[in-house]
Design a protein around this ligand. Structure first.
Ligand SMILES: Nc1ncnc2c1ncn2[C@@H]1O[C@H](COP(=O)(O)OP(=O)(O)OP(=O)(O)O)[C@@H](O)[C@H]1O
Ligand SMILES: [Mg+2]
Length: 325
C-alpha cells in the first residue's frame, strides 16, 4: 500500500505554565510516541474519548502545532516537519482540514462562493474568477446543494447544510488527504447519517484519502477502512475496521465497543445512533512507566504498571499495545 502520509514516533506536550513559571514546566502529554500511516485512497479513523489527543495529532499533521519529536512524511518524500513557509503553503493545498463546528468555520459575512474560494484565491492554482465559479458550483452540487446557493450566506443554511459547505470547501482544491475532525458529532443523529453517507459517496467517487476523527468507535467503523484507537495520547490498538469490530484485541477497544450498542455495519443512521461513550479522560500530566490504560484495565497485573508494552501484532491483521494480547 502506497502511503499518502506516514507518521513515526510523533510527540507533543503542552506546557501548562506560562511566563516566569514556564521554566518549571507542568506538561500535558497530549500526543506520545504515535506512529501510523494512511494509504492512498484509504479512510483511516482516529478514535478515542475526549482529550485523548486526536485533534492534536491532526493539527500536528498540518503544522497548526509544531511537534516536539518524531517524523511526518507526505508521499514518502516530503518532510512535513521541516517545510519552509512557501512549501508549507503548497503542502496545505494537498492536505485539507474540515472542522467540527460549521458555525464557527464559516464567516457569516461572506457569501458561500467567497467562503469556498477564500483559500483557493491566493493559491498558485487559482484559475481565474470565471473558472473558479463553475468549479465552486460543481462542488456544491456534489455535496447536495445547488449553484444558486453560491450567493447565499451561512445563516440561511441548517447545521447539516453548513457542514456540507465546509466539506465542499475542503474538496475544492482537490486535496490528496482530507482531515475530517468530528464532522458529524455536532449534528442531530438523522443528519449525521446523511453526512456520513455523503462522505461515503465522495470516497467512492474521488481518489482521496481521509483521516476521519471521531470519539465514537461505531461511527468510525462505519466509514473507515482502518482505525487507530488512542488513549491518553498513545495508540492502544490499530486494525482494519471490520476486524476491530469482530475481534478487538485491546481491553480498551473492547470497552469502547461495549459502550456502543448496535453493529457499525447496520447503516449510517444506526451507527450514528449509538449512545455517547465514556466521556472525558484525564490526559497524562506525567509520563508513567507502564501501560497508559493499566489503572482502568480489568486485566491489569503488576507488570502492566511497570513496563510500557510495545505495539505488537495481534494476528488479526492489527497491532495492540498490551502485555495480555
Ligand atoms: N493548545 C493547547 N494548550 C494546552 N493544552 C492543550 C492544547 N490543545 C490540547 N490540549 C490538551 O491536550 C489534550 C489532548 O487534546 P485534544 O484536543 O487533542 O483531544 P481530542 O482527542 O481531540 O478531544 P475531543 O474529543 O474533546 O476533541 C487535552 O488534555 C487538552 O486539554
Ligand atoms: Mg478534538
Amino acid at each position: 500500500m502506497m502511503p499518502v502520509i506516514t507518521v513515526t514516533n510523533l510527540s507533543k506536550r503542552f506546557n501548562l505554565e506560562a511566563g516566569f513559571f514556564a521554566r518549571f514546566g507542568r506538561f500535558v502529554y497530549a500526543v506520545h510516541d504515535v506512529s501510523f500511516s494512511i494509504g492512498k485512497n484509504e479512510s483511516y479513523g482516529l478514535v478515542g474519548e475526549s482529550g485523548c489527543g486526536k485533534t492534536t495529532t491532526a493539527r500536528l499533521l498540518v503544522r497548526m502545532y509544531e511537534s516536539d519529536g518524531g517524523d511526518i512524511f507526505f508521499n514518502d518524500s516530503i518532510d512535513v516537519r521541516h517545510l519552509k513557509s512557501g512549501e508549507l503553503k503548497q503542502y496545505r493545498e494537498k492536505v485539507k482540514y474540515v472542522f467540527q463546528d460549521p458555525a464557527r468555520s464559516l464567516n457569516p459575512r461572506m457569501t458561500i462562493y467567497e467562503a469556498l474560494v477564500s483559500g483557493y484565491r491566493f493559491s498558485s492554482r487559482w484559475p481565474g474568477q470565471k473558472r473558479a465559479r463553475s468549479e465552486a458550483a460543481a462542488i456544491l452540487e456534489e455535496v447536495g446543494l445547488s449553484e444558486a446557493d453560491l450567493e447565499r450566506r451561512p445563516a440561511e443554511f441548517s447545521g447539516g447544510q453548513r457542514q456540507r459547505i465546509s466539506i465542499a470547501r475542503g474538496l475544492l482544491m482537490e486535496p490528496e488527504l482530507l482531515i475530517c475532525d468530528e464532522v458529524v458529532s455536532a449534528l442531530d443523529v438523522s443528519i449525521q447519517g446523511q453526512i456520513l453517507n455523503l462522505l461515503l459517496d465522495i470516497k467512492a467517487r474521488r481518489s482521496l484519502s481521509f483521516l476521519f476523527i471521531a470519539h465514537d468507535l461505531k461511527v468510525a467503523s462505519y466509514f473507515c477502512d482502518r482505525i487507530g484507537v488512542m488513549y491518553r495520547g498513545e495508540f492502544m490498538e490499530e486494525a482494519p475496521a471490520e476486524n476491530l469490530y469482530r475481534n478487538a484485541a485491546h481491553p480498551y477497544t473492547k470497552l469502547l465497543f461495549s459502550a456502543a450498542s448496535r453493529s457499525p455495519f447496520d447503516g449510517a443512521e444506526a451507527a450514528a445512533a449509538s449512545p455517547a461513550p465514556l466521556g472525558e479522560v484525564k490526559t497524562a500530566t506525567a509520563r508513567i512507566a507502564g501501560c497508559a490504560f493499566a489503572e482502568r484495565c480489568p486485566l491489569a497485573e503488576e507488570r502492566c504498571l511497570r513496563d510500557r508494552p510495545d505495539m505488537r501484532e495481534t494476528g488479526a491483521g492489527g497491532l495492540a499495545r498490551c502485555h495480555k494480547v
